[in-house]
Design a protein around this ligand. Sequence first.
Ligand code: HT7
Ligand code: ZN
Length: 875
Amino acid sequence: PKTIYLKDYQEPDYWIDNTELSFDLGEEITVVQSKLSLRLNENKTHNNLPPLVLDGTDQVLKQVLVDGKTIEPGQYKLTDETLALPVTQKTFIVEVTTEIKPQENTSLEGLYKSNGMFCTQCEAEGFRKITYYLDRPDVMAKFKTTIIADPKQYPVMLSNGNDIAKGEREDGKQWVTWEDPFKKPSYLFALVAGDLSNITDKYTTCSGREITLKIFTEHKNIDKCDHAMTSLKKSMKWDEDVYGREYDLDIFMIVAVDHFNMGAMENKGLNIFNSSCVLAKPDTATDNAYQRIEAIVGHEYFHNWSGNRVTCRDWFQLSLKEGFTVFRDAEFSADMNSRPVKRIEDANFLRTAQFAEDAGPTAHPIRPDSYIEISNFYTLTVYEKGAEVVRMIHNIVGKEGFRKGSDLYFERHDGQAVTTEEFVKAMEDANQVDLIQFRRWYSQAGTPVITVTDQYDNNNQQYQLTVKQHCPATPGQTDKKPFHIPVAIGLLDPEGHDIALNNAGDTTQVLDVTEQQQTFTFKNIAQQPLPSLLRGFSAPVKVKYPYSRDQLLFLASHDSDGFNRWEAGQQLAVDILEELAEKARKNQSLTLDDRLIQAYRAVLQDEQLDPAVAAKMLALPSEGYLAEQAETIYPLAIHQAREFAKQQLAEALSEDWLAVYQRLQSDKAYQPTAADIAERSLKNTCLSYLSQLGEQQLALLEKQYQTATNMTDKYAALSCLVNAPAEPAKPIAKTALADFYQRWQEDVQVMEQWLAVQANCSLPGAFEHILSLQEHEAFDITNPNKIRSLIGQFAMNNAVHFHQETGVGYKLLADYVIKLNIVNPQIASRLLTPLTRWKRYGEPHQAQMKAELVRIRKQPELSKDVYEIVEKSLK
Ligand code: HT7
Ligand code: ZN
């Protein structure tokens, strides 16, 4: 397969101004007709008129006309991926007729069927599976789309923009025409046809325009759309208030589909969502699902400006729209819920999963230099690290400066396809700042490490912090130049109070770290302070400072920065768990450092603390995070250490867990408000520790399982039962799982949860049970959500079984990669991720993981998606 390079980017030879499409949807064959108005790109120098080379795959070409004249097969050149046509005029019309079979399309890219409904997914390069086209984001056209179908099966027929005409044909088929007045690239095209219900609402924009809002779903799910609608209206208002961005069409539609490769898609005016990211009601969806839906509805809506009105010039610029939009949705969620908790969750996720990507064989900058398959670059680096880079710009120019910069960016580039350079330039120009060195965040991969040392001079009352930065080598990048790293810090006096750092009394200061090594001096510091470093996780870096456990305990109870208080507790736990894991590996006896118990007790007994933050502070670092911290990963020792600590904390603080659990009992009707979510989260954290306490607390779990009136509490109890180590819990867990299945077997979203809770079970015997679930009717290899719930959860979150020493866990994953390589290459290549990290593991894991990668590489007909990841991993 061919590698595509950013340095080779060239504008297209032709532009498309207008695209007219017609789809005659059939059960066997779907006929697609396109009429494209083309124009020579005069920006480029041409000797003669170059041939028009359209992208296209997986379709049967039936007819080609240029300016109304048939082009015979001998006159065009057709390959598996392109159609090249001769050109004789600077402007001309091309009409192409093709046939496709959406019902056989299991890749879920292009036009496909989900539960009898036609739907599309065109980003990044799916449009070329629908018709021959210049399928690249810098070619922007106005689209007019006619859909023709049998009205009995497909009474609802949707596309982008506004519906402008409809009618019936003589053969009884119905047709509808949609027109989108905004120019757009092909990846934002969408079509949906099916027998769907909808809920409708209205939104009046800041300028007084009335927008119709509709959410479409299968009839049985119509009672699950209200939360998404509320989230949509909140998003529309937030984008007006915070960014001054108003919605532009008269209608905004969301459609829920069960078969979807990712979370959702921002097609212009017609967002298509994975059902699991839109459908919710209290008795079937957890708080997590409610919050995820709000965030994703926001994310896709915000793309209307950051992605659609201003789009990407090429796919190397993906972070232009994704990094910026993730930053926007994170701020939206922070404003709607708890800001500190959102920051903790995001930083925790980044440090667990993106840092691991940065340290692995597929590490790449947020603006990659090359790719084989662009679908492989919808990564945590492009999305989450990309958002952190935007956040750093926000912090450098300040809230108002950022708004000035984004206003300028949208004003300058509305209707254009641009690069990350234009984004940074707008921020610079609006604020008269210099982001020259900062741009390295776009081109250099890897996670920088800052090593901080300090010195206090009592005589001069001066305190110095010396910061060194280093970024480890990543594939293809051995020598990195220093980054511009904004490091927010505070200094605590011996009583735990913040020290004023300037005459204005500021207690947090941002150090602009720009060199390999730099020293910062603080004057008038009366006593040796303790530094609080990287407050609010001000940059996506690792920090090394030799804190003692006592200092961490001190910061965990005194730091005025909420993020760093949590972080100090985490670091304390990491330090203790690392020592325990080392001992576990050497089969030595384990004892838990009492300081961790003290830290937890202080949180449990602090009734003033926001329960949402308390729940986060009472969560031990995940096995994934501990693995990310380790030089060489021994997953079984990590698991053993963490289970031991959990057990000890449960026992040592049993009365506190119970007291808080009981204090938080409530019979309020379910509401997904931030306050209620926080209380449920703390209550269920307590329950999970209580579930470690042998037989004594089983009745509590069983009672919560049986009496819960919302899915959050029910699922928490189920999960605790399934993972409770006490022998008598086993039959109760089995009964609960059977009861849960009985009650919810018709509900797809709940069944995903049911599979996931079992896939995550780390108790002995769970692996055999997971294997048996592959045969269960609730599982379905053609549905990505089911794959993610069972196989993905198993490989990502169940280290003790995935990494079992016989290697059968790795084999199970590799078997799925091989099967899905044919069925759905995008899902196959994503599923591979855990195996790609093989070099970081100790033996026997390393050799076994590698052997499975080699087995995958030997398969005939590897998709580009899987090939690229396997090849890079084995280099
Ligand atoms: N922009 C969307 C990306 C997306 C996607 C990419 C590849 C394959 C399938 C896909 N579905 C959606 C989602 C987003 O970031 O908003
Ligand atoms: Zn996005």
